[in-house]
Design a protein around this ligand. Sequence first.
Ligand SMILES: Nc1nc2c(ncn2[C@@H]2O[C@H](COP(=O)(O)OP(=O)(O)O)[C@@H](O)[C@H]2O)c(=O)[nH]1
Ligand SMILES: [Mg+2]
Length: 453
Amino acid sequence: MNFNTSEDTIAALATPPGEGAIAIIRLSGRNAFAIAGKIFSGNILQYSSHTAHYGRIVDFQGALVDSVLLLVMKHPHTYTGEDLVEIHCHGGRVVTRKILDLLTDAGAKIAKPGEFTLRAFLNGKLDLSQAEAVQSFISSQNEVAMNAAANQLEGALSKKIESFQKRLIETIALLEAFIDFPEDDLGKEETEKAHTSLQQIVEEMQLLADTFYEGKIATDGISLCIAGPPNVGKSSLLNALLGKNRAIVSPLAGTTRDLIEETVQLGSLHLRLIDTAGIRKTKEMIEKEGIERTMSAMKEADLILFVLDASRSLTKEDFELISSLDPQKTLFLWNKIDLQMPERRFDKAEELLISVKDKRGLSELKNAIEKKIWKRGVPSKEEIIITKERHRKALLASIDFCKQAIHSCEKKASYEFTISDLKKSLEELSCIIGLNISEEILSSIFSKFCLGK
Ligand SMILES: Nc1nc2c(ncn2[C@@H]2O[C@H](COP(=O)(O)OP(=O)(O)O)[C@@H](O)[C@H]2O)c(=O)[nH]1
Ligand SMILES: [Mg+2]
């Protein structure tokens, strides 16, 4: 995707399209004031920065289009770092279209998705990881994702990356000094200092890279598959977790045949819940296909809630199935304890006693799901967690180069090799905050933004 050149003044609707109390149209670039001035009743060029003005938008024949509030913000203290105008008009499809048409007729270009933020990045208002955080913040589905994005937007991730860089640069400087003055032999103590420092950096970078586990859960959510034999209350449980009657519940075995998927927010988790066909031997074609789908849904799921009926004994088939499950990603639920407590329990597996009918054990179930997923606990508000695969890859590459540097340090190879590896490690970190970044990568990042941002 090609963005407009920085010579262009860009315009876009910054609020969601459709009907609303107000809509905001943004205009950014060197001619923003002149262009807006062509269709606004007031004299924009005379306004002071960061002031709001009530006036009329008129077409080129002088006919009234809308009464609006117009915000004037002069560069460099603006979101994009350029002159910026916001037109707060009535939130209708036709009126916003009309104003945008007038702006383009007056010389503005329509902005591509993410183009305002791209300009903010290019003008040094935000670094790349902060710019990426803008979209993550807007699209976050839960508080953990929102906090992670907020920290990143505030520059916490950038600061952390910069601190790694600073320490790498210090080590490079130490080694370079030795190359420049080889007669001053780098003492054993100093070599050890460099070695320890690099090892510490690697450890800390690895810890940060590992937070991608939490980051992915927060941003992508998790898939949770409800499975088990027929008639144990799987669909009833789905409905209870959703708080609505989504799936058909019936005393007849084999009622649910296809997968039923719904998303729901459960505490700190964004869940994709999947109800499945009960697993049993059957000759019936459709049910058979349903059971195959159950099996693949179980394989793909992050977590399986394996439901059993506490009021009936387990069959040989049930046992076979249970022993084939991965205990790492399975919670066993004995349902219908309103009828009877289960006869037997498993030795090592995690099990819970519930009654969907009486709503017993459901809040314990929610806690158990959260605990099972957030293996290290729910991330705190201040915690810096990475949420982008791009960042994780760059960190891992940086770690690899750093490890190579440590290795050549240990082998007492020439310091040139160590320095060269450390510089590569540094470059990988730079990519995260947006130095050394190709246009292609920039384009792929910003094109995922919503329009007008
Ligand atoms: N007594 C009792 N019956 C339940 C409970 N949960 C579900 N049922 C009943 O068990 C039958 C099968 O439920 P359903 O959700 O369709 O099971 P599925 O085949 O596993 O999806 C229905 O008649 C439900 O009303 C429970 O906790 N206690
Ligand atoms: Mg069912």
